[in-house]
Design a protein around this ligand. Structure first.
Ligand code: LMR
Length: 389
């Protein structure tokens, strides 16, 4: 009956992680998947998370009931403050999701229902799963240009030119900060110009924010999201707590929809719940409880902010340290210019393969390097590998 089922080619990021785990070399280095490792090469348990877990353990045991379809109310309220700060949140709907990917999918399913004829536009390049998620929801997915010929800067005029020609209600996916895979971001003046154009052309922005705080700082990185709420346009925001709270396996994220007014927001909230109910019914409890506990406690929030700052600063230090170790003549200025967990090395897929085979250093075949995997013990080996391929 399933004779015609084709072999799944695998996901370019997750399959590589499997290969890395199978690799018997003890000096292998994982710079592929977006995990934040500390300087000891461990994915950390944040102190704020550890304390939140201890606090939760002291509470009287209660039955492990289902959460509402849209998730934990305390979590949803706190996330609105985190994402939108001072904005009027009455007209913003936020629901807890199964990680950032779950938020993208629920948002995509919702949009497909109300804008079945729209098409989606993603940056070229983007995270591979963006294409897969929107295609999976039934959309045609197109690409808009992102970097200029140098591969180092956003080609903003080229982006604008494409957006200026899109039909109304086209859906434009943008990375709020720490663009994956390039590490090259839009600046505040770009966002302001984009939102003015989106307003005029009636385009629907969908911001994906998986790395808030890992680029320039939390408030700087949230500019695109807060400016969207101020701009008086409708849009969607997906965000993930996997990296910024080091809570990967908890699958905790959220989807927000910025609506025109409170009445519309109430109807959108209801339909989003329906989308969740027919998908996975309701989200898991524990990760959202941890995040809500941290946001509700000023000491834990301050501790988490300092841990987030620490992650960002360590990645910046690693960028500088790797840059200094690479022999002169190799163009690696991108390490200093780009921000966030990823750098786009410009290496070809074949060069990435050679580096992996010869040196056990794993990058994504697009040439993306996860700088969060660098540490003081593997810098020399990575510098050697990048210089010899
Ligand atoms: C990445 O881009 O490496 C991360 O977002 C992890 C993933 O799920 O692909």
């Amino acid at each position: 009956m399933f004779e015609h089922v084709e072999t799944y080619p695998g996901d370019p990021i997750l399959s590589l992680m499997d290969d890395y785990q199978r690799d018997p070399r003890t000096d292998k280095v994982n710079l592929s998947i977006g995990f934040y490792y500390d300087d000891a090469g461990q994915v950390p348990v944040l102190g704020s998370v550890r304390q939140a877990r201890a606090l939760l353990d002291t509470r009287a045991e209660s039955a492990n009931l289902y959460l509402p379809m849209d998730g934990l109310p305390d979590f949803r309220r706190a996330v609105q403050g985190y994402l939108f700060a001072e904005a009027d949140c009455e007209r913003i709907v936020t629901l807890q999701s199964v990680g950032g990917s779950g938020a993208l999918r629920v948002g995509a399913d919702f949009l497909k229902r109300y804008y079945p004829d729209s098409q989606v536009w993603v940056s070229d390049p983007t995270w591979d799963n963006h294409l897969a998620i929107f295609q999976g929801a039934g959309f045609a997915v197109n690409r808009y240009p992102y970097l200029d010929g140098s591969g180092q800067q956003v080609d903003f005029p080229a982006m604008l030119e494409v957006f200026a020609r899109l039909p109304a209600n086209s859906i434009v996916l943008l990375h709020a900060c720490c663009h994956n895979p390039t590490g090259v971001d839009l600046q505040p003046q770009h966002w302001d110009a984009l939102y003015a154009l989106f307003h005029e052309r009636r385009l629907i922005p969908f911001l994906d924010a998986a790395y808030l705080g890992l680029g320039q700082g939390l408030d700087e990185d949230a500019y695109a999201i807060r400016a969207l709420a101020r701009a008086g346009i409708t849009g969607l925001v997906s965000n993930s707590f996997s990296k910024v709270f080091s809570l990967y396996g908890e699958r905790v994220g959220s989807l927000s929809v910025v609506c025109d007014n409170v009445a519309i927001a109430a109807r959108v909230a209801g339909q989003l719940k329906g989308t969740v109910r027919t998908n996975y019914s309701n989200p898991p409890r524990h990760g959202a409880q941890l995040v809500a506990t941290i946001f509700a406690n000023s000491e834990l929030s301050a501790l988490w902010r300092s841990e987030l700052d620490g992650m960002r600063e360590r990645m910046l230090a690693m960028r500088r340290a790797l840059f200094e170790r690479i022999e002169p003549g190799l163009e690696v200025g991108y390490l200093l210019r780009q921000r966030g967990m990823f750098s786009y090395t410009g290496l070809s897929a074949e060069a990435v393969d050679r580096i992996r085979e010869k040196h056990g250093v794993y990058l994504i075949r697009s040439g993306r390097m996860c700088v969060a995997g660098l540490n003081s013990s593997n810098l020399d080996a990575v510098a050697r590998a990048l210089s010899d391929h």
